[in-house]
Ligand binder design. Structure first.
Ligand code: GTQ
Ligand code: FE2
Length: 377
């Protein structure tokens, strides 16, 4: 290319940029990437730090009087530049938070087009109302409040209740499709018996005959016992080389994910389990329900223990290890597999070298209570 042409081309690029257009000839490889380029990065948040900040919020805010909800949400550093508030992105599609409800508080009823699920971490007094049904929250329970269902929460015990929230907030914001409505009452009226949907599904794998028809949330509460029993049965079989013993929460009328746009799983890593690495298009948020170990993500080791949260973004190699020789480790996780599958994006690849194991090239240093910013006065 002549000097003159290359100067003119440069000028053309500048003009296009000013005119809100782009030159495909120099951008095509940024648009059609060879592989996914994830904005979110692998990241881990420690339980102690999240809980400390929540406690501080407890002293400053009362739920139902000023604050609708008291939750601290996880912002992936790779999403932080998105306005507002990193689009609530722990991954590019999923939001996650830890929510606290103190005895007697009522988190008022609302509904939104984002879809939500909860995983109960601590406390026995949590009660949620979802579409006229009162639902009991016990540690290890998995609960859903799918898109556009009314929900409010309270705590009837004398100790605080903590749970993980997961919603498709970043995905919904990207599509600019979020609607929210507030109920005229702080708590919605109850229209069915307490834990009605769980009673309807007392049989487990047999279903009420009306449920041949697809329903959005025929079952609102999946107890810890259901997931644990599912895993208990699997233990008699060969362990999955990547995931240990893993089950997913499903909608009994469809066999698909319990929550329409968010997948959710419980997996158990047996003592001293060292999983093989793989990668996939869907992104995952892990909550360590029990146990301790580490996950190697793209060569970086993330040490975890009970209560921590770990994000594995799109197309990142990852393998899980239980470091205990006595105790099983339980990981609850949520993922955007339903979204990826709906649009035919999902792919999975096994780590091709070294019998499926990555080399550890660095160790992640999480922000800890003693290394973090400061006390809130
Ligand atoms: O409890 O209804 O963490 O609407 C984020 C949005 C919790 C809830 C969150 C919500 C809720
Ligand atoms: Fe909500």
């Amino acid at each position: 290319m002549s000097r003159k042409d290359s100067k003119n081309l440069e000028e053309l690029h500048q003009n296009l940029e000013q005119e809100n257009m782009g030159p495909l000839w120099s951008s095509i490889h940024n648009l059609n990437t060879i592989e996914p380029k994830s904005k979110p990065i692998p990241y881990l948040w420690k339980k102690e730090l999240i809980h400390k900040r929540l406690k501080e919020a407890e002293n400053l805010l009362k739920v139902g009087e000023g604050a609708d909800r008291r939750a601290v949400f996880l912002i992936n550093p790779g999403m932080a530049d998105l306005e507002p508030v990193g689009w609530g992105g722990a991954t590019q599609t999923l939001y996650a938070a830890v929510q606290a409800v103190k005895p007697g508080e009522i988190a008022p009823a609302h509904r939104h087009t984002t879809t939500a699920l909860r995983f109960i971490i601590n406390g026995h007094g949590g009660r949620g109302r979802v579409n006229g049904e009162k639902i009991t929250f016990e540690p290890g329970d998995f609960l859903i409040t799918p898109t556009w269902t009314w929900h409010d929460h309270t705590n009837i015990d004398d100790e605080e209740v903590l749970w993980m929230d997961c919603l498709d907030v970043p995905f919904t914001n990207f599509l600019a499709t979020c609607f929210t409505e507030f109920h005229e009452k702080k708590q919605q009226d109850l229209t069915v018996e307490d834990d009605f949907s769980l009673k309807r599904y007392n049989g487990g794998m047999v279903r009420p005959i009306d449920d041949r028809e697809e329903k959005i949330a025929p079952l609102g509460r999946y107890t810890w016992k259901m997931a644990k029993d599912g895993i208990e049965g699997l233990k008699q079989l060969d362990v999955h080389p990547v995931d240990g013993y893993a089950v997913e929460y499903i909608n009994p009328t469809t066999g698909k994910d319990a929550n329409d746009r968010i997948g959710s799983r419980m997996q158990m890593l047996p003592p001293e389990f060292h999983g093989k690495a793989h990668r996939h298009v869907h992104s995952t948020i892990y909550h360590v329900f029990k146990g301790e170990g580490y996950t190697i993500v793209n060569g970086e080791r993330f040490d975890w223990s009970e209560g921590d949260f770990l994000v594995v973004p799109t197309w990142a190699w990852h393998e899980h290890v239980n470091t205990s020789s006595d105790n099983e480790a339980f990981l609850f996780s949520t993922n955007d597999l339903p979204i990826m599958e709906a649009f035919n994006f999902e792919r999975v690849e096994d780590y091709p070298e070294n019998d499926g194991h990555q080399e550890v090239t660095s160790v992640f240093e999480p922000i800890r209570v003693d290394s973090s910013a400061q006390e809130t006065k």
